[in-house]
Structures are given as structure tokens and as C-alpha cells.
Write a new protein. Structure first.
Length: 405
């Protein structure tokens, strides 16, 4: 059994996009402009929220346009990413595109369609899909436009797939276009095959495919009207509100300069509280002063290792911390390289302002939870609302607010 966070996502970007007619004669569908950026940039941004650091773009039709667009797309990503392009040698189908990219793919990787987006709490999917091959499902009221996916009585094992023509007027589960595979999927791939028509039904027949159903915003751009709607909706839905969290005294007990797992103790109820924030559609960030580094109690590498574990644990419990900032600078630092004044050290707002800029967030849509006056001062200086933790805990405060239904 592996960890929850999946670092790599392959994206199918090689389709012809025939339903969009002349629009895709010179530009692949995933590069269609939605708002102020290519649709693909929105999709990659959402994946970064849950720890994806590397993207493999499975290209075919107009692959040179994908190559030209990579640097533009990077400008819209809030975090650094490695981007690799795998070009199919011929029209190979969705399964064939994956087959030809196999040398680029890690043992465990996400795969998603490049022309649809399902904005949901992906940690709820990843925390269950710990091994084997999985697909993410969503429920619709009318299967008129979709094929149905049926599960076994256990509510998890995929039983069968049914064409959309058979299902009009009924509610049911559909394929969201997001998968989590390991390398056993390559046993079912050939150089030219369809993932949907050939591979997934065979996996289901062998009881080797499982599904998780989640709720959230969904939009594909397969038809001209859908593309127009995406351009209007994506900036509104995906430039989401944010919660900023101080660390010591809010997430964990403040034992004084906590820099290692041995001294880290979770506050009661905090893991479920962060999961609730994520379920509600908020970004979740951590901003923390770390003078323990300046005092020589632990190193920046120690802190990074600790925070990697913290974030992984949060995701195991159904939430996520999408990004974090720390400031090791202190005016009375024991170590000279950390001695001084920094605009990032709270009560200064530098860490908050940097995250607001990188993630394109409006301050009026944000809140910071902290346990010190300096946290409240930093929040005020950044133009966001501050809520003091203590004596009520973060979990108690979250349970009483309507911000996280």
C-alpha cells in the first residue's frame, strides 16, 4: 500500500475535437481559451491542489501547438511543475496514447481527459484508492448525454458499462474522466486501443477496476455551447476562497519550536476540520513563523520533511494543504544567516500576500486562523479577516461557522 499523494498526472490532449468544428482545425481542444487562459491551465491548476508535481501530456493531433503552449501554461500555474510531452506515433486511441507514454509514467499515476474538468475534493478519492486501478465517478440526474457505470453490491467494484442511448431519462453514475492507475494497466493496453471501449470493460470483467463517486463542479468543452459556458464559469468557480492557518497552536500543540515529527502533536479534531474546509471548496494554506531554524533547533530541511508528513497525513484524512510558506528570519537569531528583519515574518503580511498572488485570490474571500496577536495583525495588513484561536480550538470554531457547510 502506497501513500495518498500522487505526484504525477497524465493528460489526454491528442483528440481531434471534431464536435467543435472549425475551432479545432488549428488548435487542440485543451488549448481553447476559457476566461483568460487555456482550458488545460485550469485543469493542471486543480491537480496541483492535491500534490501533483509532474504532468505528462499525451499528445497527437496538432502536437506542435501543445509544445508551443507549455511555457504560456506555466505562467498560470501557482506552483512549479515538470511537464513532459509524449507524442503518439500514429492515431493510437486513448489507450494507445497511454501505451506509448509508458516509459514516462511512474508506478502510480493519475490520468485525466484534457477536455473536461471535475473540481472536487480529490483527497476523498486518493485516500480510498491506495492500490490497484480506479476511476472517479459522479452522479447525474439524467444519463441522456452519458454512458452509465454500474457498481457491484459492495459499492466499489465496477460491474459494467452501458451506452448512453440505453439510459436517457434515468439518474446514475458516470465516468468523470479521472483515473488512478498503476503499471498493471499496461497488461491490458495495445499500441492502438480505446481506454473506454477496450481497456476499462476488460478490467471490470476481471474485477480489477474500482470506482469512487464524488460531488463537485463538472464541465466539459466538447460542444461550442459548453466551451462558452466554461469560459464564463471557470474563473468564477476555480478562483476559490481560501483559509490561511497558522501552525503551532492551531494545527498542532505549541510545545515551543516544533521542527520534527517526534515533537509534533495534532490538535484535537483538526484533521477532520481541514477535510471539511476542503470539502467546502476552499483553498487551505499554512503560514508559519519558524524562528526555531534561526535559533539552531532544527534545519530548513527538517521543517520541509516534517511538513511533507503533515500534508500527507491531512490528505490521508480527506483534506489537503495546497501550499505553505514559512519565515525562518528573526532579529535575534543565533545563526547569523537568519538574523535580520523580513517582510514575511508575521506580523508582516508577506507570506499571505505571496500566496494571494500565486493562487490569484481576492483578499475579501479569505480568512486566517491564528493564535497570536501577530497573526491577526498580519491578516489585517493583508486585507483578510482574522479569527483568533483560543480558548476555542480550530475544530470548535469551524464547527460553528457557516463558511464550511
Amino acid at each position: 500500500m502506497s501513500g495518498v499523494t500522487v505526484r504525477q498526472c497524465a493528460i489526454l490532449v491528442g483528440g481531434l475535437g471534431t464536435r467543435l468544428g472549425a475551432l479545432t482545425q488549428s488548435l487542440p481542444k485543451p488549448l481553447m481559451t476559457c476566461g483568460d487562459r487555456p482550458f488545460l491551465a485550469w485543469l493542471m491548476r486543480e491537480m496541483q491542489r492535491f500534490g501533483v508535481e509532474e504532468f505528462v501530456l499525451l499528445a497527437g493531433h496538432l502536437s506542435h501547438e501543445i509544445e508551443r503552449a507549455v511555457e504560456q501554461i506555466r505562467l498560470f500555474l501557482p506552483k512549479p511543475a515538470k511537464i513532459t510531452i509524449s507524442v503518439e506515433p500514429f492515431r493510437a486511441g486513448t489507450g494507445g496514447a497511454l501505451y506509448h507514454a509508458r516509459e514516462h509514467l511512474q508506478e502510480r499515476f493519475l490520468l485525466c481527459n484534457g477536455d473536461s474538468i471535475f473540481s472536487c475534493n480529490l483527497s476523498r478519492f486518493l485516500s480510498r484508492a491506495r492500490s490497484g486501478n480506479w476511476m472517479l465517478l459522479r452522479e447525474v440526474d439524467d444519463l441522456d448525454r452519458y454512458g452509465e457505470v454500474r457498481l457491484e453490491s459492495d459499492g466499489e467494484c465496477v460491474a459494467s458499462f452501458h451506452p448512453k442511448a440505453e439510459q436517457a431519462g434515468r439518474s446514475g453514475l458516470i465516468n468523470s474522466g479521472i483515473y488512478l492507475f498503476d503499471h498493471s494497466v499496461f497488461d491490458h493496453l495495445t499500441p492502438n486501443c480505446s481506454l473506454e471501449q477496450d481497456v476499462l470493460p476488460k478490467l471490470a470483467q476481471e474485477k480489477a477496476l474500482r470506482g469512487v463517486c464524488l460531488t463537485g463542479y463538472f464541465r466539459d468543452i466538447g460542444l461550442p455551447d459548453d466551451l462558452v459556458a466554461a469560459g464564463q464559469e471557470l474563473p468564477e468557480v476555480l478562483l476559490r476562497p481560501a483559509v490561511f492557518l497558522d501552525r503551532d497552536g492551531v494545527i498542532n500543540r505549541d510545545h515551543g519550536w516544533v521542527g520534527t515529527r517526534e515533537r509534533f502533536e495534532w490538535e484535537d479534531g483538526v484533521l477532520s476540520a481541514i477535510a471539511r474546509m476542503t470539502d467546502s471548496g476552499h483553498h487551505v494554506f499554512v503560514v508559519t513563523n519558524q524562528s526555531g531554524i534561526a535559533r539552531g533547533f532544527y534545519s530548513e530541511a527538517d521543517l520541509t520533511q516534517l511538513m511533507d508528513w503533515v500534508i500527507e497525513t491531512v490528505r490521508e484524512h480527506g483534506g489537503t494543504i495546497e501550499d505553505w510558506r514559512y519565515c525562518p528570519i528573526h532579529p535575534d537569531a543565533k545563526l547569523p544567516q537568519y538574523r535580520g528583519h523580513s517582510p514575511d515574518r508575521k506580523p508582516e503580511p508577506g507570506m499571505i500576500l505571496d500566496l494571494l498572488k500565486r493562487w490569484e485570490i481576492k483578499p475579501e474571500h479569505c480568512v486566517l486562523y491564528g493564535d497570536q496577536p501577530s497573526d491577526m495583525q498580519a491578516a489585517s495588513a493583508a486585507g483578510i479577516r482574522g479569527i483568533l484561536v483560543g480558548p476555542a480550538s480550530l475544530a470548535e470554531l469551524i464547527s460553528k461557522t457557516k463558511d464550511f457547510p
